[in-house]
Design a binder for this molecule. Structure first.
Ligand SMILES: Nc1ncnc2c1ncn2[C@@H]1O[C@H](COP(=O)(O)OP(=O)(O)OP(=O)(O)O)[C@@H](O)[C@H]1O
Length: 674
């Protein structure tokens, strides 16, 4: 894959990405977390790269988000999904979903989202997801008790590549091989020529070892599964609870994982545990056995009156014999009993089997007091037990690694499926939390503009339950008038949000929605206060560029602006009211000529309409009345109605309620609003 073909990836970034284990897979899967593991690539950048790769796959020119406010709303929309993920992976992965103008991309996400909406956001699955993480491939396993040996330079290089966990040694003769066998517990010779060479130590000739690395280093497999055990267990639970189909025998995987401890050692093997405990407890058990013998013997001696004839005593003294020979003569049976008890204790305490006969020789047959261990026998016993333990551990490691080696791809699939489920569940929760539907996308020829029924923005500053549904549809250039705080800005936000979600391929918070498939969304937020001359000029330039499509690509037949949705909030505040009404009228005329869809929120709707040379559509967010000094508002704009402003409403109220004399004054005032 040519990484530099991805939009936004230059030579340097391509080099960094190439350092990943499998950059193609990461990019293909939009795995932002994996891409961010490349050196010097932040998560934000990783998300941009992943989006770039998707854009390349779909021939998507990008650039849907035409303004800062559009971009800001996209971020807010994305955050609503990200809040509903459990894993970091899923949160990052969601960043690959972006508003696109390309049908195939939108369709791809729509298919995914439609299936996701059927998912049941079960809290138990949510809990299980908390421990699922992308699998970590340990690259730092180093095995020091084994080495590979070869006399061939090419095999040497292949071995280093295939099994980097062990050291590879160049050997040309049996002498070198035997030197190695002294330094390593096991030497695996890779050349057929070494067959039959007599060398002391564990030297195996295995010419096919490089094809089965797991047999030489079962630790590779075991460490991988040990490191990822928690994540795999959690993913297993997720799969079981959510009923995800994976090509993996989950109970076999679970039982294999149960046999591993955190550092990749085999656990739960009785024989291995017995041998390990025997090695660990050997010294203590020998000391206790010694005490058993001595306590018994001391007791026996204390209980006995020894009578010895003078002549015998004399012989003993003359021979220089010690008290031991007296013990042998007088207390032979008691000594034998005491030593037998000590030997039994040792064999029982350490649960010895194959090494029982060696263990019994720890205490001598010849009577002595105190009874003492034979250190050389204890050493031999230790060696035998340690070797048996290591043999058992290696065998079990090989067996378990054999069981697990083939399970790795399935394990990867399992974790991927669980992580992907988290992304789906975030979409499912969003759809449920905000009563969503899948929007319809139409081409401008089929139906231009947008049509929203019962849209409710989750971005409002009121709890979602309190959000009143809004119906609104626009096709062409429209002015949106409305009472103060009636919800004009909120309506633009709602329209922009729905348009963005629809172009992301995601469900929208509305009873029904239809949106024209657009190339760009230009949403201009309200300007704070009058602009100075410079800022005014640059804003005007921006609109100039927008309406004339300068520097932008059209598709030849339709002018570029025709596939842009333009949303503008109170542009009048950029300069004095008289001038801004004229400017806005001019912008609307230009947009109208190009067949664009645009909604301009303005308090100067009347003035703009008067200044425009075409019949501008004016819609209004109407106050239904004043209640206790508070406006009651119909949040759905009424088509073709210029909304009465708040001052007008108050004048009207005074004209109705005032006394006869002042009433005439208010009525006259009211006519001014015309
Ligand atoms: N659909 C709705 N449901 C419930 N509350 C809403 C809705 N739309 C708007 N509001 C409430 O009305 C407030 C004012 O809305 P918004 O700022 O959109 O009005 P506006 O007409 O743009 O105001 P201004 O005249 O100051 O520009 C919002 O902060 C929100 O609390």
């Amino acid at each position: 894959m040519d990484l530099e073909a991805i939009p936004g990836v230059g030579a340097k970034t391509a080099e960094r990405l190439a350092e990943l284990d499998d950059p193609e897979r990461a990019l293909r899967d939009g795995d932002v977390a994996a891409i961010a593991r490349a050196p010097g690539i932040s998560e934000g950048r990783a998300a941009r790269i992943a989006r770039g790769a998707i854009r390349r796959d779909h021939d998507d020119p990008g650039g849907f988000l035409g303004t800062d406010r559009a971009n800001e709303l996209y971020r807010e929309a994305l955050a609503l999904f990200q809040e509903r993920t459990v894993t970091d992976y899923a949160a990052r992965r969601l960043e690959t979903i972006y508003p696109s103008a390309t049908e195939s991309r939108i369709e791809e996400v729509r298919e995914f989202a439609t299936a996701a909406m059927d998912r049941d956001p079960d809290p138990a699955v949510r809990d299980a997801l908390a421990d699922v993480e992308p699998l970590d491939a340990p690259g730092d396993v180093r095995i020091r008790d084994r080495c590979l040996a070869t006399g061939d330079a090419e095999t040497y290089a292949r071995a280093q590549e295939a099994i980097p966990e062990v050291s590879v040694e160049l050997v040309d003769d049996a002498r070198k091989l035997s030197e190695l066998a002294r330094g390593y517990a096991t030497v695996v010779a890779l050349d057929e020529d070494f067959t039959g060479v007599e060398v002391d130590g564990d030297v195996r000739v295995e010419p096919s070892a490089l094809e089965n690395p797991a047999e030489v280093v079962p630790e590779r497999v075991l460490t991988f599964f040990a490191r990822n055990r928690d994540s795999l267990r959690a993913a297993t639970e997720v799969a079981q609870r959510a009923g995800i189909e994976v090509d993996c025998d989950l109970s076999a995987l679970e039982s294999s994982l149960d046999q591993l401890d955190d550092d990749g050692q085999v656990r739960g093997d009785e024989e291995l545990d017995r041998l390990t405990t025997a090695v660990d407890d050997l010294d203590a058990a020998v000391s206790t056995a010694e005490s058993v013998a001595n306590d018994r013997l001391r007791e026996a001696i204390e209980e006995r009156d020894v009578t010895i004839e003078g002549a015998d005593l004399l012989t003993l003294v003359e021979r220089g014999a010690g008290v031991d020979s007296l013990l042998g003569r007088e207390l032979a049976d008691e000594y034998a009993d005491a030593v037998a008890a000590a030997r039994d204790h040792l064999v029982d305490a350490l649960q010895l089997r194959d090494t029982e006969s060696i263990a019994r020789r720890t205490f001598p047959d010849e009577p002595t007091f105190p009874v003492e261990r034979d250190e050389s026998v204890v050493s031999r016993l230790r060696e035998e037990l340690t070797a048996a333990r290591d043999r058992r551990a290696t065998r079990r490691k090989r067996e378990l690694a054999g069981e697990l080696a083939d399970a790795r791809p399935a394990a990867e699939e399992l974790v991927d499926a669980a992580l992907d489920l988290d992304v789906e569940l975030a979409v499912a929760r969003f759809a449920r939390d905000f009563d969503c539907t899948m929007p319809t996308l139409t081409s401008a020829d089929e139906a231009p503009g947008f049509e929203i029924e019962g849209g409710r923005s989750p971005l409002l500053d009121v709890p979602f339950e309190a959000v009143e549904p809004v119906d609104y549809g626009v096709d062409g250039v429209t002015l949106l008038s409305g009472v103060n705080s009636g919800g004009k800005t909120s309506t633009l936000d709602l329209v922009a949000l729905l348009v963005l979600l629809a172009h992301m391929g995601l469900p929208v918070p509305a009873e029904a929605a239809r949106v024209e498939r657009l190339a760009e969304l230009h949403y201009h937020a309200k300007t704070q206060g009058t602009l100075d001359a410079g800022a005014f000029e640059s804003t005007l330039r921006e609109f100039g560029g927008l309406v004339t499509g300068v520097g932008e690509e059209g598709d030849g037949e339709t002018p570029a602006s025709a596939r842009k949705l333009v949303l503008v909030d109170e542009l009048e505040s950029i300069t004095e009211p008289g001038a801004s009404a004229k400017i806005m009228a001019g912008i609307l005329e230009a947009l109208d000529e190009r067949g664009a869809t645009a909604v301009f929120v303005s308090h100067l709707a009347r003035e703009i309409r008067a200044a425009a040379d075409f019949d501008v559509q004016v819609d209004g967010i109407q106050a239904v009345g004043l209640e206790d000094g508070e406006l009651r508002v119909n949040r759905s704009p009424v088509k073709g109605e210029l909304a009465r402003s708040t001052p007008e409403l108050i004048v009207e109220k005074l004209a109705e309620d005032g006394d006869e004399r002042s009433k005439a004054f208010y009525e006259r005032l009211l006519t001014k609003f015309g």
